[in-house]
Design a protein around this ligand. Structure first.
Ligand code: NAP
Length: 504
C-alpha cells in the first residue's frame, strides 16, 4: 500500500455471519485497524439466537457458506442450525477474527462528529472510527404481539428465537402461534415430543413448497473434501434454482409467469397429496399468490398436523386467560405452554441505537418518509457508514451470505476510492437515492409481493423491503459503484442539497 493512501480505523457492529465475513475481507484489503463489537457474549447472530427444535436452513448448506470457506462436512443437504452456528464459530477462529472482537458491547450510540464516528456501548466504552459497518442483521428483533390478557397466563411462554431449553415440554399442552418458516420447522418437533398435545393457531394459511433433506454419507463428504468442484456444483445448482424461483416472484414476463404457475401448481399438488381430510385441506389452502408471503420450504409440517395429538385452529385469538387461549368463536383452549412463532420486526435494522449522521441528522429524520438506502447500503447524510443487508436487498429469497459478500465487495471498492483520496468522504447524494428508489418503485409493480397479502416483507407503508428483480440484475447493480453518485467533497451540512428525509 502506498504511504499516502488513507489507513482507516473501522468498527463493525455485529459478530454474525456478515460481521465475521467483513472483518476477514477488510483485512484481506489491507485494512487491519478493525474492531468487531458484539452485543452478546458469543458469535453467530441469528444462528446463535435461533435454537428452537428443528431449526435448520432451508437453503442448502453448500450454498450457505462463504465463498472463501467451503465446508465439506455438512451432515445433510439442509444443515441443522447448530451445525451452521458451529461453521461460523470455526471460520471466526480459523481467520483470527477473535483478535479484534469485543463481546457484550451493544452499541447504544453512533454519532458522526468532526469527520469521525463516535460509538458508545452498553458497557460505557467509547470507540472512534473512520468507517462503520452495521452488520446488525434484519430479522433479530423478535415480535410478541400484544394479546389481551397475556400477563394473566400462568403457563410458560417463549418466542421461537428465544428458546428456553430448561423447559420440559414433554407431556404438556402446547399452543403455537404462527405457522411461518420457524413455526413449520418447530411444530412437527413439538408434536413428536412424548405425550404432548399441540394446538396450532393459524391466522393465514401458508404456501408450502416441499423440500426433502438428504443426509450426506461419509463417502459424500470424502468426495467434497477431495473435489471442491463437487461442492461448488451443489452450490451453483442450489443458487440457480433459488435464483429462478425468486425471478418468478419478481417478474411478469410470460416465461417467469409460467414458472410461477408451475410452482403454485406443484405446491397445491403437494397439499392435496399430503392432506387427506378436505376440511383440514381447506383450512391450509392459501387464498393469495404463491410467494406474496415468504414461501415455507418444508417436508414435515403436513404429516405432523394430521397426527392425533395435533390440532389446527383457524379462529382468531380473542385473548389469553389464566390457563389458556380463548378464540373469537368463544372456545377455550387449555394450555400449559405457548410458543410465539410470530416473527420479527424487519424494519429495525441498526435501531434502537441512537444513530446520528452529519450535521445532527438522525436516522428517524432520514427515514421519516421511508426506510431506504442506496444500493441497500448507503444513506445520504451518513458518511463512511454502510448498512449491510439494508432495505431492498434480495434477503428472504436467496442465500444471505452471497448477498452480504457482494455488498462487502461493493463497499470495499468505495473504501478504496476514499483511501486513494478520490472521495473526501463516502457519502451518497440524495438524488442518487431518489433515482434508486424510482427504479425500485417501477420494478416493484411487477412483483408478487405487491399482489395483496400481509407479510414481513412490507414496511409500514406497505412497500416491500425486498429487491424487486432477479439475482443477475442485483449482481449487475453491485458490480461497481458509480462514483458520480457520491460527493467528491463532503458537503458542509446535510441540507446543503436536498435533505435525505425529502427523498421518498
Ligand atoms: P413469519 O414468517 O413472520 O411468521 C410469523 C407467523 O406468526 C405468521 O404465521 C403470522 O401470521 C403469525 N402471527 C404474527 N402475529 C400474529 C398475531 N397477532 N396473531 C396470530 N398470528 C400471528 O416469522 P418466522 O416464521 O419466524 O419467519 C421469519 C423469516 O425468518 C422467514 O420468512 C425466513 O425468511 C426466516 N427464516 C428462515 C428459515 C430458514 O430455514 N432459512 C427458518 C426460519 C425463519 P400471518 O401470516 O397471518 O401474519
Amino acid at each position: 500500500m502506498s504511504d499516502n493512501r488513507k489507513n482507516p480505523s473501522v468498527v463493525v457492529i455485529g459478530a454474525g455471519m456478515t460481521g465475521i465475513m467483513l472483518v476477514i475481507k477488510l483485512r484481506e484489503a489491507g485494512i487491519i485497524n478493525v474492531t468487531l463489537l458484539e452485543k452478546k457474549e458469543s458469535v453467530g447472530g441469528t444462528w446463535r439466537e435461533n435454537t428452537y427444535p428443528g431449526v435448520a436452513c432451508d437453503v442448502p448448506g453448500h450454498a450457505y457458506t462463504y465463498s472463501f470457506a467451503p465446508n465439506p462436512e455438512w451432515s445433510s443437504l439442509f444443515a441443522p442450525g447448530s451445525e451452521i452456528h458451529q461453521y461460523f464459530i470455526d471460520v471466526y477462529h480459523k481467520y483470527g477474527v477473535d483478535t479484534c472482537t469485543r463481546f457484550n458491547e451493544a452499541v447504544t450510540s453512533c454519532v458522526y462528529q468532526d469527520g469521525k464516528w463516535k460509538l458508545e456501548s452498553s458497557q460505557g466504552n467509547t470507540y472512534v472510527a473512520d468507517l462503520v459497518f452495521a452488520a446488525t442483521g434484519m430479522l433479530h428483533h423478535p415480535v410478541i404481539p400484544d394479546f389481551e390478557g397475556l400477563d394473566s397466563f400462568t403457563g410458560v411462554t417463549m418466542h421461537s428465537a428465544q428458546w428456553d431449553h430448561s423447559v420440559q415440554l414433554e407431556g404438556k399442552r402446547i399452543g403455537v402461534i404462527g405457522n411461518g418458516s420457524s413455526g413449520a420447522q418447530l411444530i412437527p418437533e413439538l408434536i413428536d415430543k412424548a405425550d404432548t398435545d399441540v394446538t396450532v393457531f393459524q391466522r393465514t394459511p401458508q404456501w408450502l413448497v416441499k423440500v426433502v433433506d438428504k443426509p450426506y454419507s461419509e463417502q459424500d463428504k470424502e468426495r467434497f473434501r477431495n473435489k471442491p468442484a463437487a461442492m461448488q456444483r451443489v452450490k451453483d445448482g442450489a443458487l440457480f434454482v433459488y435464483g429462478k424461483g425468486t425471478a418468478a416472484l419478481a417478474s411478469d414476463s410470460p416465461w417467469y409467469r409460467l414458472i410461477h404457475k408451475a410452482m403454485a401448481w406443484n405446491a397445491r399438488r403437494y397439499l392435496k397429496q399430503s392432506i387427506k381430510d378436505p376440511e383440514l385441506r381447506a383450512k391450509l389452502t392459501p387464498d393469495y399468490k404463491l410467494g406474496c408471503k415468504r414461501v415455507v420450504m418444508n417436508a414435515t409440517f403436513y404429516d405432523a398436523i394430521q397426527k392425533p395429538n395435533a390440532h389446527l385452529v383457524t379462529e382468531g385469538i380473542d385473548r389469553f386467560e389464566e390457563g389458556g387461549i380463548r378464540t373469537t368463536d368463544g372456545q377455550f383452549h387449555p394450555l400449559d405452554a405457548v410458543v410465539f412463532a410470530t416473527g420479527f420486526d424487519p424494519s429495525a435494522y441498526m435501531r434502537p441505537m441512537n444513530f446520528v449522521g452529519r450535521a445532527g441528522l438522525t436516522i428517524k429524520e432520514a427515514w421519516s418518509k421511508k426506510i431506504q438506502a442506496y444500493r441497500s447500503l448507503c444513506l445520504p447524510g451518513f458518511p463512511n457508514f454502510f448498512l449491510m443487508l439494508g432495505p431492498n436487498s434480495p434477503i428472504g429469497n436467496y442465500s444471505v451470505i452471497a448477498i452480504s459478500e457482494m455488498q462487502a465487495d461493493y463497499a470495499l471498492q468505495l473504501v478504496s476510492h476514499w483511501q486513494a483520496g478520490e472521495l473526501e468522504t463516502i457519502e451518497v447524494k440524495p438524488e442518487a437515492l431518489g433515482g434508486w428508489n424510482a427504479m425500485l418503485r417501477e420494478k416493484m409493480k411487477h412483483t408478487v409481493w405487491t399482489s395483496g397479502c400481509n407479510s414481513w416483507y412490507l414496511d409500514g407503508e406497505g412497500d416491500p423491503l425486498l429487491w424487486p428483480g432477479n439475482w443477475k440484475q442485483w449482481v449487475a447493480e453491485m458490480k461497481a459503484p458509480a462514483i458520480s453518485d457520491f460527493y467528491r467533497a463532503s458537503p458542509a451540512a446535510h441540507n446543503s442539497d436536498a435533505d435525505v428525509s425529502d427523498v421518498a
